[in-house]
Design a protein around this ligand. Sequence first.
Ligand code: TYD
Length: 202
Amino acid sequence: MFIAFEGGEGAGKSTQEALLAASLADLGHRVVRTREPGGTPAGEAIRHVVLSPEFEGLEPRAEALLFAAARGEHAARVIRPALERGDVVICDRYIDSSVAYQGLGRDLGTKRVRDLSMWATGDLLPDLTIVLDVNPEVGLARLSNRDRLEAEPLLYHQRVRNAFLLIAADEPDRYLVLDATLGVAVLAAAILERVLAELDGR
Ligand code: TYD
């Protein structure tokens, strides 16, 4: 099973990913935790280029291509092999981050950006995506220092937030949207319940 976590900055994705991974491991599942951009040596190198404030002003189309390139490598070398072994893959961000941050945030067009990642990954989509929804004013205030994208203005992050909500509303079967301001334990229980229901159905 392929599970992606999405959401704005400071939504608490990493905490929930760690808790879900631990619960699934306790139940005897083999779990692979990974993240985007990154997950492979080339992907981590691309991560540096897209996130470092050193490259401020990176051309939006170049940015979209770099995220897609990292994703293509990640899908082929990490996610697909893990799924073929029967592992559960928990991925921090995936295609929807590109649709939200580049497609809507940078106004590049959601369909185009989605198609680019679909091509890059050979149409690999998550079985379930958990969206941790948070008002960007709250999320950004939780960050200690900001990378290149986190440093974008509030309006940009509001567009990103709306993009995630729209994407999720389109496909309720493949998405679980949760209010990220709920308590850590409440969120973890809701996520685990949905994931176990999905695993049981297999
Ligand atoms: P993030 O996942 O927030 O990691 P960290 O917690 O280490 O900061 O950082 C990734 C950033 O990259 C985040 O601002 C969202 C952005 N991003 C995109 O703009 N497009 C993408 O396709 C992906 C995967 C991430």
